[in-house]
Design a protein around this ligand. Structure first.
Ligand code: ADP
Ligand code: ADP
Ligand code: ZN
Length: 214
C-alpha cells in the first residue's frame, strides 16, 4: 500500500501517518523529519534546507526529489510506505509518478486531511516537538504524560522555529499556492480521498482506516 498524505501545515498529516505506519506495518517517510535530522547533524543538505525552512518557504524541488525517489526503493518499502510532506509541488508529484512508473509501480491513495486555515493557526501554537526523537505532541489535544517531556524518549520538547505565528501564516500561503494544486492532480488521477481533519485524532484515523481497509 503506497500512500501520500496531503494537507496544510499542521493538518495532522504526521500524526495520522505515524498511526497508519504502525497499523499497516509500513515505513513512515517524512521529508520534514529528514530535513530536520540533517540540520541537527549539520550536513550540507541540512544547511541548504534550513535557510528555506526558517523562512517558511519550500526547499527547492531538486533538493528533495532524488532523496525521496531513492528512499522509496529501499528494501523496507517493498510492501508500501506512507509519504508525509511529499510531494508538495506539481513537479514533485510528476517526478514521483515518473520514477514509480519506471519501476512498474504507482501510488495507491492520496489522503487529504482537510482543516480550514482558522483552525491551523490555533493548532500550531500548541504543537510541541521532541528534540531527541522528533515525536509530535499538542499542549491541549495530544499532551505528554509529564509536561514538557517526551513520552517516547524522555528528552525535552520545543516549539519548532517555523511554528511561530508569523511563519505559520507564510507557510499557509505557500501551501495554498504550491501544494493545494495537488488536490486537483490526484483527483484527476482518481486516487484522492478526503477526510475531515477537524475531528478528534482517533476519529480522523477511523475515517482513514475505513478508506484503506482494516
Ligand atoms: P508541516 O508540519 O508544515 O507539514 P514539515 O515538517 O512537513 O511541515 O516540513 C517542514 C518544512 O520542511 C517545510 O515548511 C519546508 O520548508 C520543508 N519541506 C518538507 N518537505 C518538503 C518538500 N516535499 N518540498 C519542499 N520543502 C519541504
Ligand atoms: P502536520 O504533520 O500536518 O504538520 P501534525 O501531525 O504535526 O501536522 O499536527 C499538528 C499539531 O496538531 C500537533 O501538535 C498535533 O498533536 C495536533 N493534532 C493533530 N491532529 C489533531 C486533531 N485531529 N485534533 C487536534 N489536534 C491535532
Ligand atoms: Zn522523544
Amino acid at each position: 500500500m503506497k500512500i501520500i498524505m496531503l494537507g496544510a501545515p499542521g493538518a495532522g498529516k504526521g500524526t495520522q501517518a505515524k498511526k497508519i505506519a504502525a497499523k499497516y506495518d509500513i515505513p513512515h517517510i517524512s521529508t520534514g523529519d529528514i530535513f530536520r535530522a540533517n540540520i541537527k547533524n549539520g550536513t550540507e543538505l541540512g544547511n541548504k534546507a534550513k535557510t528555506y525552512m526558517d523562512q517558511g518557504l519550500l526547499v527547492p524541488d531538486e533538493l528533495v526529489v532524488d532523496l525521496v525517489v531513492d528512499r522509496v526503493q529501499q528494501d523496507d518499502c517493498k510492501n508500501g510506505y506512507v509519504l508525509d510532506g511529499f510531494p508538495r509541488t506539481i513537479p514533485q508529484a510528476e517526478a514521483l509518478d515518473k520514477a514509480l512508473a519506471a519501476l512498474g509501480d504507482k501510488v495507491d491513495y492520496a489522503i487529504d486531511v482537510n482543516v480550514p486555515d482558522e483552525n491551523i493557526v490555533n493548532r500550531m501554537g500548541g504543537r510541541r516537538a521532541c528534540v531527541g526523537c522528533g515525536a509530535t505532541y499538542h499542549l491541549v489535544y495530544a499532551p505528554t504524560k509529564t509536561e514538557g517531556i517526551c513520552d517516547v524518549c524522555g528528552k525535552e520538547l520545543i516549539l519548532r522555529d517555523d511554528d511561530k505565528p508569523e511563519t505559520v501564516q507564510k507557510r499557509l500561503n505557500v501551501y495554498h499556492e504550491q501544494t493545494q494544486p495537488l488536490i486537483d492532480y490526484y483527483t484527476k488521477a482518481g486516487i484522492l480521498k478526503t477526510v475531515d481533519g477537524t475531528v478528534d485524532i482517533n476519529d480522523v484515523f477511523a475515517a482513514i482506516v475505513e478508506i484503506l481497509g482494516a
